[in-house]
Design a protein around this ligand. Structure first.
Ligand SMILES: [Zn+2]
Length: 477
């Protein structure tokens, strides 16, 4: 029996080693554990929790037709189809306090006028008291930032703050090349395509998907919806990402309700001064964990959001620290399922043409490339010691100042980094003005610096790339 088991394992290892590039050999045990754990969760977690009544499937009563803005409750259901930014953006935040989204998404529109127009939808007579906004969203600093952005685009065509045509053509070309390489990789099992597909997946995530999910790519809402899937099949699950990035991270950056702080719970908790491991061991842990960051966002997060299973390791449901998570889960559940089905169909096609083991090996390698790039550009600038001020100081500050305080930028004047990162080397300004396409942020940055200086807001810029990276590694321990 033992001999049989050993020889089976040896043969499996030979098969896997034949498929996976030697660079990834050290990852094979970790990836095997992750994939096995994922495949057996229906038996080990879902069914037992279902029998114990612990699963939480989102239901309609969790998402009332209420949108709260500045302490007033509105029923915007009749306005969904007329919303110039598309019904999707409005629907996604149903059942929650949307004051932060209202302020940060309407940089180029008169907010007071919008509130006047919204008055017809106000709910006044149901006896329910609306909660006050979770922080101050409007202050002189933010007003000046918005005025700076409006001034920058003054006299230009409507929608000029969206992606520029040259950049759009470049991004669409990258999208075309991406699919040519995916075809070559899948049909001919070409190993050399893997790093290119992984890098292009990040390029499309940073330059198209991210802008599109902020409605900053184009002026037409359905095109933004379409191109938010530009990095499929190696990008994130866009609906789960919307909950994570737009509804949580962008408003509550580095607060307890920012999901980016507990993605890797319970293995890593982003907490100031946790210091749980010798640094070299922590570095190894980071290298392994981040190799599967995209699989987490592509598969595990939507899977857990749909079923609402409790993670036995730390007792939380996916993103359950977000105030209105049940409403978001209910409202976006259909899209999440459709995206997951599309993903599974793609994997089935790969498995059919490549063989299941080879297909799995190829997927893991591509995801490793996209995971490292995604983590580097999207997470590191917020996860630095200096981005976590004293909570008592922070809670006194208005939204825009918190955003600047919670970000560290690098090489803000570099066109190359601006391009490769999809503008995320200038997170501080992106966090304040998410409706401006990333491609304009470099040009806006000198003016942004001036406004920060005028209001005494400290703008954090890393001295070098190594200090930027090192800051993340030491903080995340
Ligand atoms: Zn963003």
């Amino acid at each position: 029996m033992l001999v049989w088991a050993c020889s089976t394992l040896l043969n499996l290892w030979r098969d896997v080693a034949d498929i996976v590039h030697p660079v990834f050999y050290p990852f094979i045990p970790y990836w095997t554990i992750i994939m096995t754990a994922l495949f057996i969760t229906p038996v080990t977690i879902l069914i037992p929790q279902y029998l114990q009544g612990k699963l939480s499937w989102p239901s309609k009563k969790d998402a009332p037709d209420v949108w709260t803005i500045y302490g007033k409750r509105y029923n915007l259901k009749p306005f969904l189809k007329q919303h110039p930014g598309g019904s999707w953006q409005l629907r996604a935040c149903k059942g929650s306090d949307c004051t932060g989204l209202f302020e940060s998404c309407h940089t180029f529109i008169d907010g007071a006028l919008l509130l006047k127009m919204a008055a017809q939808f106000e709910i006044k007579d149901d006896g329910v008291m609306a909660s006050l906004p979770p922080m101050v969203f409007s202050d002189p600093f933010y007003d000046d930032l918005k005025a700076m952005a409006r001034e920058h685009f003054r006299g230009q065509a409507k929608g000029s703050h969206k992606m520029t045509w040259p950049h759009l053509v470049l991004s669409l070309s990258a999208l075309g090349l991406y699919w040519v390489l995916i075809y070559q990789m899948t049909m001919r099992s070409s190993l050399w395509c893997i790093p290119f597909v992984g890098c292009l997946s990040w390029y499309l995530t940073g330059n198209m998907m991210h802008d599109a999910s902020h409605n900053a790519l184009m002026s037409t809402p359905w095109l933004n919806r379409l191109f938010s899937h530009a990095a499929f099949p190696y990008g994130v699950n866009v609906s789960a990402w919307h909950i994570q990035h737009i509804l949580s991270h962008h408003i509550y950056t580095n607060d307890d309700t920012d999901v980016d702080l507990y993605h890797f719970d319970p293995v890593i908790t982003m907490e100031k001064g946790a210091g749980s491991l010798p640094l070299w061991l922590h570095f190894v842990r980071i290298v392994y964990l981040l190799s599967t960051a995209m699989q987490h966002l592509n598969v595990i997060a939507p899977y857990n959001l749909l079923f609402g299973a409790v993670d036995p390791a730390h007792g939380h449901r996916q993103y359950d620290r977000i105030n209105s998570i049940k409403a978001h889960r209910f409202e976006l559940r259909c899209e999440m399922i459709l995206e997951m089905v599309a993903q599974v169909v793609f994997w089935a096609i790969c498995g059919y043409f490549q063989g299941w083991l080879r297909a799995l090996g190829f997927q893991m390698m591509v995801f490793a490339f996209s995971s490292y790039l995604f983590s580097f550009f999207t997470q590191i600038s917020h996860l630095q010691e200096e981005c976590f001020p004293d909570p008592k100081v922070k809670e006194q500050l208005p939204f825009a100042k918190r955003q600047v305080m919670s970000s560290t930028d690098f090489s803000a004047d570099s066109a190359v980094w601006g391009h490769l990162s999809g503008g995320l080397n200038t997170q501080a300004i992106h966090q304040c003005l998410p409706s401006v396409s990333a491609m304009h942020l470099r040009a806006l940055y000198p003016k942004f610096r001036e406004v920060c200086i005028k209001h005494g807001v400290e703008l954090k810029e890393a001295h070098s790339l190594s200090s930027f990276l090192w800051g993340f590694i030491s903080f995340s321990n």
